[in-house]
Each structure stands twice: as structure tokens, then as C-alpha cells.
Design a protein around this ligand. Structure first.
Ligand code: SF4
Length: 641
């Protein structure tokens, strides 16, 4: 007779102590999954309970936690995501980065859902996980190497072909704050300096291979629901558009609502002639093949090769909407081969493209305004559009050479060191460089401002504002009719509250944003996911119950930020530029954020979460979410009565 237990779905928890070279396997994840699902939710639960507020991000006592989503490794479209969580190296608060590729499913096939790493190895090591077991191995020969070489070397070292590898490059080793963790050298867990934390632990990589099945409680029901999900996504018009044009198929729509960070956010609109040089059609010329992550019908990934010009011979998996916004718009380099090259350099160094472009854009503007001299910039002319300078600065950042050492700190710290008024050009949220232009779509602005990890559009920002769905459809899924009017403030606080909870559900079940209702209302929404989670776990959960878990995770993160980083309401405001300097060109010329209306959105968002006017969760709110221990911590810290 078949017996199902949650651990067959959630996976075991692997605890690794690099100081003591000790490995322990537990069932902690399976005990807590009902309240936190998996992926980010469980990671944040382990982080909150495992790291004290006075521990600095690079202290060996900080934890680096890997978590495959609850449904990662199953047949659901896009159930492939993995989360890396730790203390944020920019601000000491929540650090969280999510990645696709096949690492998460493989971790599940090896029998694990979460890996909790503490301590610091004496010398460079990598962790090898295979079917219910793990060992720490020497990585001395690959310290200093890029993520591509590291991936190949580890496969050879193990004598195994289909091993999934999450590794850091020189940026992580050199504690560059924007260092990320790369899966197989191509997909980035990009934010909050998770790669730098791995570097601080002398952890070069985690390699994983498994041969076990991920089992669900009610297989027949689950398969039926998964089939339905595949059917509605695979043959849809939206999937076709993304498959053909990739994640930047909506570049023109994004530009139409002035959502581009042109020249370090000095404008929000890009010249349409420049857009033509970096849109889907422009990149199609260099595209060799398309492919997808594990169990995904969307196929948003692609491999490129440049045949001519200064970057001839450049090839690899590259280019997302972010690469175009970061390099083509933020640095004003509308040259597709340079965008491909810069993206691939960052991948190999293990450096977040948003963090790299953010720091460099700050330097370009500071140079333009006379706050940085050519001598200070190692003799380089920091001019908009200078792609050769960009390539040089990326290397300097990753290796912390000369001026790159300053940029490696991110624009917030770099500007405080340089001074000369350059602080004004550091466009950051919670001290982390910002990717998102925010003056036109107000819900997007609020979501980015409130993101627990410091900017980013994956913790509450709605994408739907740039779409033209009928208001009835929008109301049914997102609970708000006014979603499709980007400039209205009306209803946007509620829209963001929904997305804050929904995004946590996605990050914790392991479902890709690009197969979810974040992209299109009929794709995997809260009703679909509630059905799938119910069938997978054998415990009935409603859409409201599912969003309630998202709310619990959100409150836990908010409390972590308050206790660890001292964040409060003042840290939920976007940079001055967005309130003071209007969009300079394009259809929304003259638009900026209205401080009073932004404040009202903030108040409404706090109220809907059950937080006080300072943005602190009340005891009642926390108790209702089963977070009594968090309320106690806030009380002991003198923050609530
Ligand atoms: S939509 Fe793209 S990133 Fe998401 S799972 Fe599919 S291929 Fe991967």
C-alpha cells in the first residue's frame, strides 16, 4: 500500500556547519511547511529563528539558506524556482533572491527541500548533495574562476554529467555587494548580495544530483489540475508572445508608460529609435536557440551568438528585460551586442546586472555633473553610451580593482564616500541600487518602495498596470477595478497588498512569475494554486488561506527588517528624484510622484496589513497570524507595547 508523508513533497532539511565540517539531516521543513509552504517562506522562517539581530551579514554566524518551492519538481508549469535567503549585505535586513533553471527540481530529486549553511570553511569548498546524502569537498582549484568554468570543473571532478550547480564567481569571492549566485553559470539568484555571503563562507558552489521522485498526496487529482494548467498556458497567445519575444516582448509597452530608467532615471522614456535597436526583433538576429526551465511551456530563455563587430565571438545564454533596461537605457547603450556581452560578463563574474548597472550609472551621472573626476575614475571617461568603459568597469568591480573597489560597494556607500553632492545620484531603496523606474505606474511605485528586500518588483509590484484587461477580469483576480489605469492612486494600495501576498505564495511554492497571474490573470492564480497545493498536500486550502500564508511571510519579513535593520516608515519612501523631477519626454511627460498621495497609499497599505502608522505590525496582527513569538521579540526590543 502506498503511504504518503509530507517529507516526500517538502523534502528533508540539510544543515551544514562549515566551521565544524558537520552535516545533519532533519525533517524541520516538513514540520513547518503548513505555515510557510516552502522556498522563500520556509527560508525566511529559518532565517528569522536562526540569526540574531546583531549578527553582521559577513559574520560566519549568518545563515545562507537554499529552499526549493513546495511544488518545485512537480509537473506544474514553471514549478522550478529556488530561493536563496540570508541577511542583506546592503542593509542588514531581509536578503532574498529567487532563481529558475533546474537546480531546485534536482534538489528535490535528491530528497531535500532546504539547505541551511552556517559558519565559514577554513579553505574554499563546495557542497556535493546526492540522493539523501551530502559531503563537503575541496574547491581550491576553482577559487578565482568564473561560474562557467566552475560548473564544468565540478562536473569533471565528480565524474557526473547532469549535475546542477549553483556557484559564485570572483565577485562573490571578493565580497562585491552586488554578487549573485549563478545556476549552471546562466541563471542568477541576483539580489541582496547572496553571492557575497557565500564568498564570506568560502563556499564556492553547491552541486546537486538526485534520482528520487517528488510525491504528492493525491496524484490523480494533482495530475488532472496540472494538465488543465498546462493546457491554458501552453497554447495561449501570451505564451506565444513571450516565446517569440522573450521577457522583453513588452519592451515597447514598458516604454509607452515611461517605465525605463533612462540615464540613471533622469528620464523615464527612451527614444523609440533607440528602442528599435534593442527590442525583440533586434536581438532575434543574434539568437541561436530557445529553451525552457524544467517543466515549463513558456520557453522564455535563449542562447545568443554575436558574429560581427567589437564583440564578435561572444556567445551564451543572455538578455532579459532587466539587461535592456540596465545597459541600453540606464547607461544609454542601445547596442544589442554590447548588452549581450555585458550580461555574459556579469554572469561569469557572478554579479547582479541590476547592481552593477546601478553603481555604474551613478558614476556616469556623477561624472557628468562634475562630482567625480577622470583621475578618480582611473583615467576613464565615464560617458553615457560608452560600452567599452562599461566592460572595463565590470571587471574592475568584480575584482575590486582601483575605482571598481568603490563601485563594488554599491552607489549608496560609494556616494557617501565620494560626497560632492553625488549622494543625489545614488538611486537606491533601502541602500540597494534600484532597477525600476516608478514615476508613472503608482501601484508599481508602491510595490517597489515597500519591497522587504530593498527595491525590486518581485515583492508586491503589480505588472498589470500596463495591460488593458477588462475591469471585470482585473477585479476578479486582483480585487481592484482600477488596475489598468497606471496613473491613478485609487485602489493601488489594495492592489499591492494582494501582490505582496501573492508573490510570497509564488516564491514559496516555486512557481515562476512568468507562468502566473502576475503576467496574465488567467494563468496560475490563487484559485489554481490553492487547488494544486490541496492536491499535493492532501490538506484542503482555500485561495484566501493561501494568501494568508503569503501575508504571514510578509509580516515575518517586515519584523525582521525592523529588528535587524532598524527600518521604519522613513525607509519606505522612494528616492527624491521621483517626487521632484518629472518625466522629461514621451507620452507621460511631466508625470512624477505626488508626495501626499503616496503617503495616503502608504497609510492605506499599512492599515490593510494591520500595521500602525509607523509601519509596525501590531501585536494583534501578529498573534492572528500565529506569529506570537515575533510580537514578543518586538515587545522585548521596546518597539510595541
Ligand atoms: S517562464 Fe522562463 S524563467 Fe519561467 S520557468 Fe519558464 S523558461 Fe524558466
Amino acid at each position: 500500500m502506498r503511504t504518503w508523508t509530507p517529507i516526500k513533497l517538502v523534502g528533508k532539511t540539510l544543515r551544514v556547519d562549515l566551521d565544524k565540517e558537520r552535516i545533519e539531516i532533519t525533517d524541520e521543513g516538513a514540520k513547518a511547511y503548513e505555515n510557510f509552504l516552502g522556498g522563500k517562506g520556509l527560508n525566511q522562517y529559518f532565517l528569522y529563528n536562526g540569526v540574531k539581530p546583531d549578527v553582521e551579514p559577513f559574520n560566519p554566524s549568518n545563515l545562507l539558506i537554499v529552499g526549493a518551492g513546495l511544488l518545485t519538481g512537480t509537473l506544474i508549469p514553471g514549478a522550478t524556482r529556488t530561493n536563496f535567503d540570508t541577511k542583506n549585505v546592503f542593509n542588514g535586513g531581509v536578503g532574498s533572491a529567487n532563481v529558475g533553471g533546474d537546480f531546485g527540481p534536482e534538489l528535490k530529486f535528491a530528497g531535500f527541500g532546504n539547505v541551511i549553511i552556517k559558519g565559514r570553511a577554513e579553505k574554499p569548498v563546495y557542497l556535493w548533495i546526492k540522493d539523501d546524502s551530502a559531503e563537503i569537498r575541496d574547491a581550491g582549484k576553482i577559487w578565482g574562476k568564473g561560474t562557467s568554468h566552475t560548473t564544468e570543473w565540478i562536473r569533471e571532478d565528480l565524474g557526473e554529467e547532469d549535475v546542477q550547480i549553483a556557484s559564485i564567481g570572483p565577485a562573490g569571492e571578493n565580497l562585491v555587494r552586488g554578487a549573485c549566485i549563478m545556476v549552471n553559470g546562466t541563471r542568477a539568484a541576483a539580489k541582496c548580495g547572496v553571492g557575497a555571503v557565500a564568498g564570506s563562507k568560502n563556499l564556492k558552489a553547491i552541486a546537486v544530483k538526485g534520482s528520487k521522485a517528488v510525491e504528492v498526496a493525491e496524484p490523480e487529482r494533482f495530475i488532472e489540475l496540472a494538465k488543465r494548467a498546462w493546457k491554458k498556458i501552453r497554447f495561449s497567445r501570451t505564451a506565444k508572445i513571450i516565446r517569440e519575444g522573450r521577457t522583453f516582448s513588452t519592451l515597447e509597452a514598458k516604454n509607452a508608460i515611461c517605465n525605463m530608467p533612462q540615464r540613471n532615471f533622469q528620464d523615464g522614456h527612451m527614444d523609440p529609435e533607440k528602442i528599435k535597436m534593442v527590442n525583440s526583433q533586434a536581438f532575434a538576429k543574434y539568437e541561436l536557440s530557445k529553451f525552457a526551465c524544467f517543466s515549463c511551456p513558456v520557453w522564455c530563455r535563449a542562447y545568443y551568438r554575436v558574429e560581427e563587430g567589437p564583440y564578435a565571438g561572444t556567445e551564451g545564454e543572455a538578455v532579459e528585460m532587466n539587461s535592456i533596461a540596465d545597459f541600453a537605457s540606464k547607461l544609454d547603450i542601445p547596442y544589442a551586442p554590447a548588452v549581450i556581452k555585458a550580461h555574459l560578463i556579469c554572469n561569469d563574474y557572478g554579479m547582479d546586472i541590476d547592481a552593477a548597472a546601478g553603481a555604474i550609472a551613478w558614476a556616469f551621472e556623477a561624472y557628468e555633473k562634475g562630482a567625480i573626476t577622470k583621475e578618480e575614475a582611473d583615467g576613464l571617461e565615464l560617458k553615457w553610451g560608452a560600452h567599452e568603459v562599461l566592460m572595463s568597469l565590470l571587471k574592475k568591480m568584480a575584482y575590486r580593482e582601483g575605482f571598481g573597489d568603490l563601485l563594488a560597494e554599491g552607489s549608496y556607500r560609494a556616494s557617501r564616500k565620494i560626497g560632492n553632492g553625488s549622494e543625489e545620484y545614488a538611486i537606491t531603496m533601502k541602500r540597494q541600487d534600484l532597477y525600476e523606474e516608478v514615476r508613472v505606474p503608482k501601484g508599481w511605485a508602491l510595490g517597489v518602495a515597500l519591497s522587504t528586500r530593498g527595491g525590486g518588483h518581485c515583492s508586491g509590484a503589480p505588472l498589470v498596470e500596463r495591460e488593458k484587461f477588462p475591469s471585470g477580469v482585473a477585479k476578479k483576480i486582483y480585487g481592484v477595478k482600477t488596475t489598468t489605469d497606471p496613473t491613478t492612486y485609487n485602489g493601488k494600495a489594495k492592489l499591492v497588498v494582494f501582490h505582496e501576498r501573492f508573490h510570497n505564495v509564488l516564491h514559496s511554492t516555486g512557481i515562476c512569475f512568468y507562468t502566473s497571474a502576475w503576467v496574465y490573470p488567467d494563468w496560475l492564480n490563487q484559485e489554481d494554486i490553492a487547488g494544486l497545493v490541496s492536491a499535493a498536500t492532501g490538506i484542503e486550502i482555500t485561495p484566501e488561506g493561501l494568501l494568508r500564508i503569503g501575508e504571514r511571510i510578509h509580516n515575518l519579513e517586515r519584523a525582521f527588517n525592523i529588528l535587524h535593520a532598524g527600518f521604519g516608515r522613513e525607509d519606505d519612501y522612494l528616492p527624491e528624484r521621483f517626487f521632484e523631477e518629472p518625466i522629461k519626454s514621451g507620452p507621460y511627460k511631466g508625470e512624477k510622484l505626488d508626495r501626499k498621495k503616496f503617503d495616503e497609499m502608504l497609510d492605506e497599505n499599512y492599515r490593510m496589513h494591520g500595521w500602525d502608522e509607523r509601519g509596525i505590525p501590531t501585536r494583534e496582527t501578529l498573534n492572528n497570524l500565529g506569529l506570537e513569538y515575533v510580537a514578543k521579540d518586538l515587545e522585548l526590543a521596546g518597539i510595541i507595547l
